[in-house]
Design a protein around this ligand. Sequence first.
Ligand code: PMP
Length: 285
Amino acid sequence: MSRISYVNGHYVPHCNASVHIEDRGYQFSDGVYEVIAVHKGNLIDMGGHMLRLTRSLEELEIEWPASLKAIDIIIHEVIRRNRIKDGIIYIQITRGVAPRDHVFPDHHNSAFVVTAKRFPSFDFNSTNKGINIITTPETRWQRRDIKSVSLLANCLAKEKARRAGCYEAWFVEDDGMITEGTTSNSWIVTAKGELVTREASNNILNGITRLSIMKVAKENNIKFSERAFSLEEAKSAKEAFISSTTSFVRPVLKIDNKRVGDGKVGHLSAKLLSYYSNHMKAQIT
Ligand code: PMP
């Protein structure tokens, strides 16, 4: 079965899916995106993803390419045509095609692409295995709250992690504070047992998984703090983990080759993964 993608009004074989060379997404990374998990045929936290997409578009003054209702229909049609039970949906909206010029075009001509990919079904044990990460200087722009397709600094850092045999890289600012990972949010359980993740601001992408973890933590009376934490604090933490749509909750065993806590999967990380897995299960219809 061939993959089908949606490009500007058409469902096309993935191998033929293309956009114009003067699409502003291609020339200026003038666009935004969302990645939504599909779990047993259900879109997870769709409401949160659409809210964040709305915000990203508004911040950049990019028009919706279609009504929310039409977008919802297209997303479900891409899932149906690709027979996705478990996987992801990728949505990209750019300012569209216009003669190359830094200033915005007069007309609104947003371009809209939806692709889908299959993933193995969520499995608690394989997710709970633990990963190693490196740290790298924060080199990104100051609007990391916008889910922009401008991801070059993230790509460079993720490649650095891969070459170091690691799964993720955490960005560290000049003052020693961690912002987030290249494709995930960062969490620690401090030596004193405080669960911490950086507060939402222009400095990080406010992850939908991050928000869901905060929701399930509250429901289960687990206290957490939203504040900046330093690399030093992370290295002396009891536990650390990352969160994202595609990685869920993944325990961090080593940071820059130094063991976190006893170097085993943390108790609280495993508990939060289990609560998060229930949160996904509750959305299965
Ligand atoms: N931060 C960055 C930089 C990311 O790319 C992602 C994943 N898109 C996240 C955080 C986590 O966001 P979410 O939980 O919505 O996947």
